[in-house]
Each structure stands twice: as structure tokens, then as C-alpha cells.
Write a protein that binds this ligand. Structure first.
Ligand code: SAM
Length: 230
């Protein structure tokens, strides 16, 4: 079954940093996207420390974009893998990039190239969802469409969330109250989230959903970011 999915059409800064005109924002930090993923999403959720138990660990993300968050997470998982544990990474994406754009957006990180290539060789937007297996028991599921429609049907018990929409002022539909309630409901007890955003209404939505919120040091020039726990 082929479906009509609108694709993203990024503009490029410094050759390989993608920016969306529609949302007036870059897909990741212009300073260092890989460093931002490590600081905000991986360390913000206290990973890889929480991977030390041989088990099944589920990460879910709002906004797959270039795949950088997934790729860097998969790289760190592979380096610390316990031989039995499984990582499931579920991500929602309204406007997928094509493989040329995914390769270009991740081209500055040579340590991500094998994973980027594996992602691109298996990438397809012909179906509403994409399931790709990676080495070291990593399973990627990308679900195409509006997270507001799709998340209520997510059948998962999420350990850690990466909340990575574009800037809340430009992409409010990825930070609204109903969606943050859905994020909370899909989270395991003790599960966590991390986001670069400290927008007041995002914090209030996450708090009223039920998360305990803390501020942490932000990445690069950003003073703060938000982390939280169910
Ligand atoms: C900041 S980018 C994500 C960057 C990404 N995590 C990465 O590693 O490259 C935000 C993403 O959210 C997606 N998005 C925006 N609104 C959405 C929605 N309503 N549902 C699902 N995805 C959405 C955008 O298309 C974009 O790819």
C-alpha cells in the first residue's frame, strides 16, 4: 500500500545543517548537533547509565527529522551493549526527509556513517510505519503522520522520551497539552523525558500531565533545559 506522505524540503546552512522554512528553525543545534543529542537527550535521560540492566529499553521521540538523535543513541548503545538487551526506538514524523537529505544532514559525523548508511538503505515512506533492525538488538520504528493523531494508539511502555519538536513558538502542535498528556500516559512509572525547551507553556503542560520537572544546564549557549520523571 502506498500512501501520500508530504516530504520535507529543507534549506541548508553551512552546506550540511538542515533548516525548515515552514517552521523557521534548524533540525539540530548549529553549534554541534551530535553534542546536543548527547547532552540534552541521552544524558538528560540518564543514559547510557540506565542501560546497565540486561533488559528491554524503549525510547520514544517526537520528531525523527534527520535521525541524528536515533543514530547517536544507537552508536552509544552499541558501545555499551550487554549482549542480551534490546533497544526499541520509536519516533513520530510528519514530514520525512529523503535519503539524500538524511545522508547530507549527518555527513559531518564520521562515527555515525555505518549507521546512517544502514538507515538510508532501509528507508522507505511507502507505508505508514517503518521497522528497521540494526546490529546489537536495536529496533527502529518510525511512524509517519501527525503525532497528535498517532500517539494515542501507541502500544508501548516508554522508558525515556526525547521531546524534540521545532521551537514551541513555531511548532506549538508538537507541545500542546493533549499531546503531553498522551506522552505521560505512554510512559512507564519512573520513566523520564528530556527536552531542550524551557518554554513556560511546555513546562506547565508537562507538569499538569503529571511529570515531576527539573531544570538542568542547557546545551551550548542555552542556559537551561527541562528533564522530568513520571
Ligand atoms: C527539531 S526537528 C527533529 C530533529 C530530530 N530529532 C533529529 O534528530 O534530527 C522536529 C521534527 O518534528 C517534526 N514534526 C513537526 N510537527 C510534527 C507533528 N505534528 N507530528 C510529527 N512530527 C512533527 C518535523 O517535521 C521535524 O522533523
Amino acid at each position: 500500500m502506498t500512501q501520500n506522505i508530504e516530504q520535507a524540503n529543507p534549506r541548508w546552512i553551512d552546506y550540511n545543517i538542515p533548516r525548515s522554512d515552514r517552521f523557521s528553525d534548524t533540525y539540530y543545534s548549529k553549534i554541534d548537533g551530535q553534542g546536543e543529542t548527547d547532552h540534552v537527550f541521552i544524558n538528560g535521560n540518564n543514559l547510557p547509565h540506565r542501560w546497565s540492566q540486561p533488559d528491554h529499553f524503549t525510547i520514544a521521540e517526537l520528531g525523527f527529522g534527520t535521525g541524528l538523535n536515533f543514530l547517536e543513541t544507537a552508536r552509544q548503545w552499541s558501545m555499551t551493549w550487554q549482549q542480551v538487551a534490546t533497544l526499541q526506538f520509536i519516533s513520530f514524523e510528519l514530514l520525512p526527509l529523503n535519503t539524500d537529505d538524511i545522508r547530507r544532514a549527518n555527513s559531518r559525523w564520521t562515527d555515525l556513517q555505518p549507521l546512517t548508511e544502514h538507515l538510508c538503505q532501509n528507508w522507505s515512506i511507502d507505508h505508514p510505519g517503518l521497522h528497521i533492525k540494526f546490529p546489537c538488538n536495536i529496533q527502529l520504528d518510525v511512524i509517519f503522520g501527525d503525532a497528535n493523531m498517532l500517539l494515542p494508539n501507541l502500544n508501548a511502555n516508554v522508558d525515556a522520551w526525547y521531546l524534540d519538536g521545532f521551537s514551541p513558538s513555531k511548532n506549538p502542535e508538537l507541545w500542546n497539552k493533549n499531546l503531553m498528556d498522551d506522552v505521560y500516559n505512554a510512559t512507564k512509572s519512573g520513566g523520564t523525558f528530556a527536552t531542550y525547551s524551557v518554554a513556560g507553556y511546555v513546562r506547565r503542560n508537562l507538569q499538569s500531565a503529571g511529570f515531576t520537572i527539573n531544570r538542568a544546564k542547557g546545551f551550548g549557549t542555552k542556559r537551561e533545559m527541562l528533564i522530568g520523571q513520571k
